[in-house]
Each structure stands twice: as C-alpha cells, then as structure tokens.
Ligand binder design. Structure first.
Ligand code: PGA
Length: 251
C-alpha cells in the first residue's frame, strides 16, 4: 500500500545555524507523538550534513531540493546525486516549478536527474503542475499528463515504483491560494489514471501523490481526507515547526 507523506521544502531559506535549529525542533516535536505518516524535510545543499548530524532519520527523513543532471566533472557550482547521497540524504525534490521556471529545467534534464537520483539510491519527489493560464484555459489535465509522460515514462515499472509525485498547481504556490480539495482530488485521480494506463493499476495504487501549494494546518485535513491525496509538499508552512506539525497531525 502507498505511504502517506508530509515533506517540507525549505527552498532558499534559513542560514545553516537556523536550519539546524529548525531541523532539531522538527525532530524533537515529532518524537512527542506518533505521526500517522512519513515525515521528510528537504533542505538546501549546505544544510544536508549538519542537519543529518542532529536528526534521527527514523523520525524525519532528509532530502535535497535538487541535484545535477550530470554524474561528475567540470560543472562548476553543481551538486551531484552521489554527493547528495553521501551526506546521508535519502530524498531529492526534482522538477519543482521554480526550477523549471527560473533555471530552465526541461523534461530532458529531468530524465537525467531522475536516473542519477535512482542510481544513487535517492527517492525522487517529482513535481508537476500547471500554471494559472493552463488552469483557466482548461488544458491543465493534458499539461500535467505531458510532464509525467515526458519526465518519467522512460522508467521501468520497478524504477517508477520508487518515485513520489507532488502535484503543485503553480498558481497555488506561495500565493495563499490553495486548490480546493475537489480540484486537487480530480487532478490526483487523473494522475493515478495516467500512471495506471502505462504501468497498470497496482503500480498506480502504490504511488504516493502529494499535494503542494499553500497547504497549511487549517486546510491540510480536508485535502488529506481525499482518497487520492497521500500527503503534502509544504513550502512556507514547513519553516515553523509548529505549523509543520499542524499539517503532520492532519493525518
Ligand atoms: P508553499 O510551497 O507551501 O509555500 O505554497 C509549496 C512548494 O513550492 O513546494
């Protein structure tokens, strides 16, 4: 059966000392109760080692927010999947809309990143989602399907089974405007049908599909109550442990 997961995406926030303190707090707070889901924090590259030192990954998993599309070599400023894995991280966010939008990530580079992440034992949290114009002109189902087909459908069923998906409508990210639970559920069911078409019903049923975009303690429970929503990828509300716990407790 698929897992329920709440994952934080810290983005480009916190200094190392601030991030270490936040991670410690998250880990301590989680020890205070039994979470009914897996909990992950995805942090800047600089934070991976020091955060790994202060958390118990049996309580909270650790991930990066990106990795390079090359194995190693003359790519100044890049961080490889092997480097991420060597910090102790177990997850990596790939294809976040901010990376697609501001750093020109394409399906082609993402296929490389996914392959390298999997080769290095990392679990990709692969992001998909339409922009406002595509929501308004009604093409959102096709757009999201194309992102999945072009970015992931080169994988074997076994490798696809190692992917976590995150549906993040771009118009809902950091805007305070959440997709309604029904809008999100409709898309998640569509995504599961797209996966079933390619890999069969069992693989589709076993894939965790997270919702992201202005998810917070006040709306998490009604989103997570939907049958095809298996948790959240949380930006802003993952930067305060109390808010993040409020979302974890929605399960
Ligand atoms: P948000 O970001 O929760 O701040 O909207 C979500 C994300 O971009 O992963």
């Amino acid at each position: 059966m698929r897992k329920n997961i709440v994952a934080g995406n810290w983005k480009m926030n916190t200094t190392v000392p601030e991030g270490v303190a936040l991670a410690k707090q998250v880990c301590d707070d989680l020890k205070g109760f039994k979470a009914n889901c897996d909990v992950v924090i995805c942090v800047p590259f600089t934070h991976l080692c020091p955060v790994n030192d202060v958390i118990d990954q049996a309580v909270v998993g650790l991930g990066a927010e990106n990795c390079a599309d090359h194995k190693s070599g003359a790519y100044t400023g890049e961080v490889s999947a092997a480097m991420v894995a060597s910090t102790g991280a177990k997850y990596v966010i790939l294809g976040h809309s901010e990376r697609r939008q501001y750093y020109g990530e394409t399906a082609e580079t993402l296929r490389e990143k996914v392959a390298l992440a999997l080769e290095n034992g990392l679990t990709p949290i692969f992001c998909i989602g339409e922009v406002l114009e595509e929501r308004e002109n009604g093409t959102f189902n096709e757009v999201v399907k194309a992102q999945i087909v072009d970015g992931l459908f080169n994988l074997s069923a076994e490798d696809f089974g190692r992917i976590i998906l995150a549906y993040e409508p771009v118009w809902a990210i950091g805007t305070g405007k959440t997709a309604t639970p029904d809008q999100a559920e409709d898309m998640h069911a569509h995504i599961r049908a797209v996966i079933a078409d390619k890999y069969g019903k069992e693989v589709a049923e076993n894939t965790s599909i997270l919702y992201g975009g202005s998810c917070k303690p006040s709306n998490a429970a009604e989103l997570f109550a939907k049958p095809d929503i298996d948790g959240g990828l949380i930006g802003g509300a993952s930067l305060k442990s109390a808010d993040f716990m409020g979302i974890v407790k929605a399960f």
